[in-house]
Design a protein around this ligand. Structure first.
Ligand SMILES: Cc1ncc(COP(=O)(O)O)c(C=O)c1O
Length: 173
């Protein structure tokens, strides 16, 4: 007789069933075969030099995609929401002013996360489907002088892409 208090569930004796589905939402989408193949490669430890080289290669790739030389460009193996939460809890301290350009669910949720992190949340607001002009963001920055500006590049709830041209320079100023 087993001394374990909880018996092995019957489901552990079965193979998992993962049917091929067409994923068409704004979130998870079907993976390319090349990606699925890469996921079946051997597991590396996070301190293996080969793993670190892959991390460096990915970093160079996303610097190219986002056209930035910022050394703090990194990939998080997590959902978009997790990355947003990582930004809020790592960059904000209680009472810091954060300015959120809110034109959909990402701005809404960024506001919730920043509030939970104890920040003083200010918003510039657009109806769903709209995007911000550089002038509107400039006005918000001048009025609130925030420590952090949150802008959604791809607002997947409406399909709107925010033009980011000139925003970096504006923030530095
Ligand atoms: C509109 C929209 N876009 C994208 C996502 C995907 O977000 P995540 O990467 O955090 O799963 C979601 C998930 O809630 C969503 O509602």
């Amino acid at each position: 007789m087993s001394s374990l208090k909880v018996n092995a569930p019957e489901v552990l004796k079965e193979s998992i069933v993962v049917p091929a589905k067409s994923l068409m939402g704004p979130g998870p989408s079907n993976s390319a075969q090349r990606v699925l193949n890469a996921m079946s490669l051997p597991t590396l430890g996070h301190l293996h030099p080969e793993f670190q080289k892959i991390m460096d290669d990915v970093k160079a790739g996303i610097q190219y995609v986002f056209q930035t030389k910022n050394a703090l460009t990194l990939a998080l193996s997590a959902t978009g929401h997790a990355a947003m939460e990582a930004v809020m809890v790592n960059m904000l301290e209680k009472g810091d002013i954060v300015l959120i350009a809110n034109n959909g669910i990402w701005g809404e949720r960024a506001g919730d996360m920043a509030t939970r992190a104890g920040a003083n949340v200010k918003m510039i607001q657009k109806e769903a489907g709209g995007s911000f002009s550089l002038e509107e963001i400039k006005k918000g920055l001048e009025a609130e002088k925030p420590k952090l500006l949150f802008v959604t590049h791809g607002e997947s709830s409406t399909g709107v892409v925010q033009n980011l041209e000139g925003l970096g320079k504006l923030c530095h100023r």
